[in-house]
Design a protein around this ligand. Structure first.
Ligand SMILES: *Cc1c(COP(=O)(O)O)cnc(C)c1O
Length: 460
């Protein structure tokens, strides 16, 4: 299948380093499923192929990456002539993304609703799903959470009046088209508009997948880096997009090395969904390159426990073993993950693969997202159902990215029950009341004191 224009530039990295065969990371949490037959590792190596278009310099090394039984069955059904080594090659995954009605209809039984949405094809967001992620979809159930995240429905064409193209006001805070400098000490650097798989609730639907007038390339990167160089207050650079890990290693290396050379940039991080939708991208070559640019952190976009496969565990294990602290960012989505049980399973699963739940986001009001949004009370209920009931490490910070450019505003269930003289009254996770001696304080005196109400963004 021919892919879109983006791919020609992005997917054929010269000299993409690939892992040596035989170095399989054993996953203790998935002892039996997942890893391919070990015998494949002991096959004799073929001669090194110099052809850059070849799937790999070591014909069998991709086979060393995990493939779960469900994905393997999917491969045999839908790509019977494709070997596991090819399947495990991230470039093959990108070239064979599912992007149109015909391809979708081959892998799932499209509902009337989905069919209508993909047929019109002019929705706010492109459709693309890696074959790997497609293997996680339930072919009969359109309400399956991971399916809802990537297959469009007719509701995407319904625009609620509160929805806007750029709800977070990123354009307003953009010194350059691809650099958002909202907070004093850190910037959001949008390095690509390309993702391997498009989430239907994407907060940057205005710019991903070659929609809009955004341009990405060395010229734009140079300008952004020059801005960072001449702005000494920036100590933290967050690479996002689009998905930075869809860039070839040499482009990423170029970006990271340029940023690392800037003395005031202390901290680099990458926001990505690659370990979830394209875990095969996390090659040993990639992690060897990334670990040269420490301190480098990573925020991974996880949505549902169904995404916690051996493949994703394998990718996260490699990243964590390379010393990259991993956090997750999860969007609260109606009918997808909006209950305590699902979130608990997700966050427990993440801790097992060394990912710390970092943020839980209220869904941003992008056009056509009303079917994904929950009331804010739902997010608070989830946090209340986690805190105290499970490991503190499993509890993310629930935030609303304030429309209009206010930045992330944290929300907590109310644990302050009031005040009794010198005592602050606290309610614990189980609902019991406790006193804390706080003679010099006034916290809890009256709800809402100390806050000023305003309508719309207030600038001081
Ligand atoms: C989320 C975000 C950041 C990073 O925020 P942290 O709370 O430090 O993770 C930086 N800039 C922008 C514009 C953001 O939206």
């Amino acid at each position: 299948m021919e892919d879109n224009v983006c791919l020609g530039k992005e997917v054929e990295p010269p000299n993409e380093e690939t892992e040596p065969p035989g170095r399989v990371v054993q996953l203790s949490i998935f002892p039996t499923i997942g890893l391919t037959d070990n015998r494949s590792r002991t096959q004799p190596l073929g001669p090194r192929r110099r052809n850059r278009r070849s799937e790999s310099r070591f014909p069998n090394e991709n086979a060393a990456f995990s493939i779960n039984p469900r994905a393997d069955a999917f491969r045999r059904t839908h790509f019977p002539r494709v070997s596991t080594a090819e399947w495990n090659d991230w470039r093959w995954q990108l070239r064979n993304r599912i992007q149109d009605r015909e391809a979708l209809a081959r892998i799932i039984r499209l509902s009337d609703d989905e069919l209508k949405a993909v047929t019109s094809g002019r929705g706010p967001l492109p459709v693309a799903i890696t074959p790997y992620y497609a293997s996680l979809l339930d072919c009969n159930d359109p309400s399956q959470p991971v399916r809802r995240c990537v297959v469009p429905v007719d509701r995407e064409y319904f625009h609620h009046p509160c929805e806007t193209e750029d709800p977070l006001g990123e354009e307003k805070d953009s010194q350059l088209p691809n650099l958002v400098h909202r907070y004093p000490d850190r910037v959001l650097f949008l390095v690509t508009g390309y993702c391997s798989t498009y989430c239907r609730y994407c907060t940057r639907s205005r710019m991903v997948g070659n929609r809009g007038t955004y341009r990405f390339g060395h010229r734009e990167w140079d300008r952004a880096i020059e801005y960072i160089e001449r702005t000494p207050t920036i100590r933290d650079v967050l690479l996002s997009g689009g998905d930075p890990l869809t860039l070839p290693n040499d482009h990423l290396k170029w970006l990271l090395s340029r940023l690392r050379r800037i003395p005031h940039v202390e901290f680099l991080r990458i926001g990505t969904k690659v370990p979830v939708v394209l875990p095969q991208r996390v090659t040993m070559g990639l992690v060897r390159m990334l670990k040269q640019y420490h301190p480098l952190w990573m925020s991974i976009h996880f949505t549902h426990p169904d995404e916690l496969t051996p493949e994703t565990a394998h990718a996260c294990t490699r990243l964590a073993d390379a010393g990259i602290p991993l956090g997750s960012q999860t969007v609260l989505l109606s009918g997808v993950n909006d209950n305590v049980e699902t979130m608990t399973r997700l966050f427990h699963g993440l801790l097992k693969i060394r990912v710390k739940p970092y943020y839980l986001y209220q869904c941003d009001p992008i056009p056509g997202s009303s079917h994904f949004r929950t009331p804010v009370s739902k997010g608070l209920e989830i946090i209340r159902g986690l805190r105290g009931f499970t490991s503190g490490y499993a509890v993310p910070t629930y935030v609303i990215d304030a429309p209009g450019g206010g930045g992330k505003v944290p929300l907590l269930p109310e644990y302050v029950a009031g005040r009794d003289g010198d005592d602050l009254l606290l309610r614990n996770y189980a609902g019991d009341l406790y006193r804390y001696p706080d003679p010099a304080g006034n916290t809890g005196e009256s709800a809402g004191s100390g806050f000023r109400m305003c309508s719309g963004p207030l600038k001081e």
